[in-house]
Design a protein around this ligand. Structure first.
Ligand SMILES: *Cc1c(COP(=O)(O)O)cnc(C)c1O
Length: 243
């Protein structure tokens, strides 16, 4: 068995264990049983800096969702791998407003939306082209990136800006508001994760399309799942260290 396949199986086992532990802890708290289940956690394989051949190996190991940070690199891979029918591409990197057209045309999801200008431009490009988006449907799935540990150096909106930006997305006919994304600071502790879960639940109560909390990477997967993550973004633990 190749290394990438082995890593994916290991991570999936880790995700299942963490989800199981979380469900059990919850049931003990609330004394509810099986109908208290959450949406299963999706593994997003982050393939930035890795070649198309590595993505294809992961695909052959039944991985379908892939995350990319750098637009040009991503577009090259997307076109090289266009023969893979149900592969799903997520943009997770910082967004320059002059790149919104290519992002809208090539991706099914954008996790790193952090301002109204970007939201409007993504929607406008999809309305303009009025074509089938990414060969599938016309709607682009949107997560708002939240700077949950309030770090000066990080992108993302502040927690108190979530609801106004969510409204902008919800008013766009070509976009579907799916949820929130965060990269908690390394030293932030559990508080950042709890705050994200709280924000996510509030947003979910307001918008029926919201079902995704994109949180957790190779080093904090368990903590993220324990705090309600529904999608973990894993690079290194699948594809190895980036050079
Ligand atoms: C690179 C990256 C990841 C993956 O990080 P690993 O530590 O390699 O698992 C996840 N999310 C974002 C936004 C990234 O840029």
């Amino acid at each position: 068995m190749n290394k990438i396949k082995e890593n994916i199986q290991k991570i999936n086992a880790q995700i299942n264990q963490a989800s199981h532990d979380t469900a059990q802890a919850k049931n003990q708290e609330t004394e509810l049983s099986s109908n208290n289940r959450q949406k299963p956690v999706t593994l997003l394989a982050v393939s930035k800096t890795k070649p198309a051949s590595a993505v294809e190996q992961a695909y052959l190991a039944e991985q379908r969702d892939f995350g990319e940070n750098y637009l040009q690199e991503a577009i090259d891979k997307i076109s090289q791998l266009s023969h893979l029918p149900d592969i799903c591409w997520h943009f997770i990197g910082p967004i320059q407003s002059n790149k919104t057209k290519q992002i809208a045309q090539n991706f099914s999801w954008v996790h790193s939306v952090d301002r109204a200008k970007i939201v409007r431009r993504l929607n406008a490009h999809l309305s303009e082209s009025n074509q089938q988006h990414n060969g599938q449907d016309t709607s682009l799935n949107i997560c708002l990136q939240v700077n949950i540990s309030e770090e000066a150096s990080k992108s993302g909106i502040m927690p108190d800006e979530v609801f106004s930006l969510a409204e902008v997305v919800d008013n766009c006919d070509k976009l579907t508001l799916r949820g929130l994304m965060a990269i908690p600071a390394k030293n932030a502790g559990v508080v950042s994760y709890e705050k994200m879960q709280h924000l996510f639940k509030k947003l979910q109560a307001q918008y029926p399309t919201v079902d995704t909390l994109s949180m957790g990477m190779s080093n904090d997967l368990e903590l993220a799942i324990a705090n309600g993550s529904t999608m973990v973004r894993i690079g290194t633990a699948i594809f190895g260290k980036r050079t």
